[in-house]
Design a protein around this ligand. Structure first.
Ligand code: NAD
Length: 436
């Protein structure tokens, strides 16, 4: 099938590459000229495990093309995916200007029947708006489908190639058949393709992300309570996770959720609820808890250093909002950097993939190390903000020989408390006994 993907970011590039991998002929359109030039010449623009190999293979075999020209890019396509940004607007609602802007253009250039698919995360009712924006100018038949994307950055290729489920929102039999054919190779193991109406599909995506964010904020509050009451959140997590109704996943406390999805999607659902005259109290609390959680380690660090961080120097391991990605959107590490530098401290950071992106945002505010141990030089303490595997079993002898104080503030609970006690570290983490 000939497919076009409009927007070649994290979702668009993975979507385009994975559809090419199943034999489709895919054209990716982006307004970013630099990005299109890089991709056309074989240079991948994001870090995502496993993507580069698929990207190179499909580019070489001529199934993957890139262009800045929308009209040229969609000419032969049967299906056009919109994988465009939906950032929060000033009032927290999703900004639909990218989507509706492209929809408006599509109306003017469609020459024959096409299925236009919203892959972006969009509020309920957007498919209708996209339909109206295209219909304003279109002279041919078309269908608009809602097909939210559930991939997780860091395992995006695996998630796309073997999705737990595919949600397709459409009331058109013609579009349903085309979408079913396109996704058939991805659900051969029997995972469901769930058909529904457009609005339910749109809400499914927000409900999924909001539920997961709720799980995180809930566990973070349990962790706070553990510290106050002398319980151990690791034990509580294991205790509740073994109940099938709760499940083991997404129960790890930490320094809050970040990324390009949870913060903006929870906010957008709260906003949609307000517009529908409903006060979604749980989600307001979820956001509130997360805001505070990003700075969870700061009071601990301040208390340890006598409430004066002026002149102190910190090593920071981890910048990406989660491991296996270079994405730093809403990353808790950025909030920690702001808080430490505002208090007069200095920071040297290390992250396996995200340092170039952070450099662009923070400039000279902090220093960057070539290696995780180099970041420790001259530091009064080590702070851990992202659970990259490479930080999980470090050389503790080396850490103690380089750090000025044997002190670690761990926002991701990477190490066992008794081990840290045995090694003689001052070790503070989230929801567990502090080793002092
Ligand atoms: P992104 O910012 O990485 O990519 C968006 C791309 O669209 C950019 O390359 C940008 O240059 C391009 N673009 C902007 N305007 C354009 C236009 N007029 N024409 C062509 N290209 C244009 O965003 P993303 O992370 O891929 O997210 C896209 C959507 O998917 C969002 O709605 C997001 O919520 C949703 N989503 C994201 C994830 C994720 O993990 N990143 C997962 C599921 C869903």
């Amino acid at each position: 099938m000939k497919i076009t993907v409009v927007g070649t970011g994290y979702v668009g590039l993975v979507t385009g590459t994975c559809f090419a991998e199943t034999g489709n002929d895919v054209t990716c359109v982006d307004i970013d000229v630099n990005k299109v030039n890089k991709l056309s010449s074989g240079q991948i623009t994001i870090y995502e495990p496993g993507l580069e190999k698929l990207f190179e293979r499909n580019l070489k075999e001529g199934r993957l093309h890139f262009t800045n020209n929308l009209e040229e890019g969609i000419r032969e396509a049967a299906v056009i995916f919109l994988a465009l940004p939906t950032p929060p607007g000033e009032d927290g609602s999703a900004d639909l200007s990218y989507i509706l802007g492209v929809a408006d253009q599509l109306g003017k250039i469609l020459k024959d029947y096409k299925v236009i698919v919203d892959k972006s995360t969009v509020p309920v009712g957007t498919a209708d708006k996209v339909h109206a924006a295209i219909a304003k100018n279109a002279t041919v038949e078309f269908d608009v489908v809602s097909n939210p994307e559930f991939l997780r950055e860091g395992v995006a290729v695996e998630d796309f190639m073997k999705p737990d489920r595919v949600v397709i929102g459409t009331q058109s039999d013609r579009a349903r058949k085309i979408m079913g054919d396109l996704y058939a190779p991805f659900v051969r193991q029997g995972n469901p393709v769930i058909y529904m109406d457009e609005k339910s599909a749109e809400l499914t995506k927000y409900a999924a992300n909001s539920f997961l964010a709720t799980k995180i904020s809930f566990m973070n509050e349990i962790a706070i309570l553990c510290e106050k009451l002398g319980a151990d959140v690791d034990m509580v997590r294991r205790g509740i996770g073994s109940d099938d109704r709760i499940g083991k996943r997404f129960l790890f406390p930490g320094i809050g959720y970040g990324g390009s999805c949870f913060p903006k999607d929870v906010q957008a659902l709260v906003k949609s609820s307000q517009e529908a005259r409903y006060d979604f109290r749980i989600l307001e609390a979820v956001m509130d808890v997360n805001e505070k959680q990003k700075l969870f380690l700061i009071p601990k660090i301040e208390a340890y250093f006598g409430n004066n961080l002026k002149g102190k120097h910190f090593a920071l391991w981890g910048l990406a909002f989660k491991p296996n990605t270079d994405d730093i959107r809403e990353a808790p590490a950025l909030y920690i950097i702001d808080a430490l530098t505002a208090a007069g401290a200095t920071v040297t950071a290390f992250d396996p993939e995200a340092m170039p992106n952070v450099k662009q945002v923070v400039g000279d505010k902090i220093k960057f190390a070539e290696h995780q141990y180099e970041a420790l030089e001259g530091a009064d303490a080590l702070i851990i903000a992202t659970e990259w595997s490479v930080f999980r079993t470090p050389d503790f002898d080396k850490i103690q020989s380089i750090l000025k104080n044997k002190t670690i503030f761990d926002g991701r609970n990477l190490f066992e408390v008794p081990r840290m006690e045995e090694l003689g570290f001052h070790y503070e983490s989230v929801g567990r006994l502090a080793v002092k």
